[in-house]
Design a protein around this ligand. Structure first.
Ligand SMILES: [Zn+2]
Length: 98
């Protein structure tokens, strides 16, 4: 694992959240060498739950839906995001609190 990390601090304009912590919550640390992230990794890094992450990806046209070849049908596919898309998602959507 590379020791070099990229720290991204995003100012949050979350008007719904009255908490002080809410203003500094969007701090994401990702390995700078990693170029692609699965939906699970993005969800863990940004704090956005998978349900919201997928609906954001669809409505904002962010990320790529990869359909696994030969999948048994239950799995609709997996979303993949680039590191820049990860940061866009981090800006667009506040961390889920539910
Ligand atoms: Zn959510």
């Amino acid at each position: 694992m590379e020791g070099k990390l990229l720290k991204v601090l995003v100012g949050s304009a979350d008007h719904q959240s009255g908490s002080v912590i809410g203003r500094i919550k969007n701090l994401v640390t990702i390995p700078s060498t990693q170029k692609l992230f699965t939906e699970d990794e993005v969800s863990r890094l940004t704090g956005i739950c998978l349900e919201h992450l997928r609906s954001l990806a669809q409505t904002k046209h962010i990320g790529s839906l990869i359909r696994a070849a030969g999948a048994a049908g239950a799995e609709a596919g997996k979303w993949l995001f680039t590191n820049s898309e990860l940061m866009i998602l981090n800006v667009l959507c506040p961390r889920c609190d539910h």
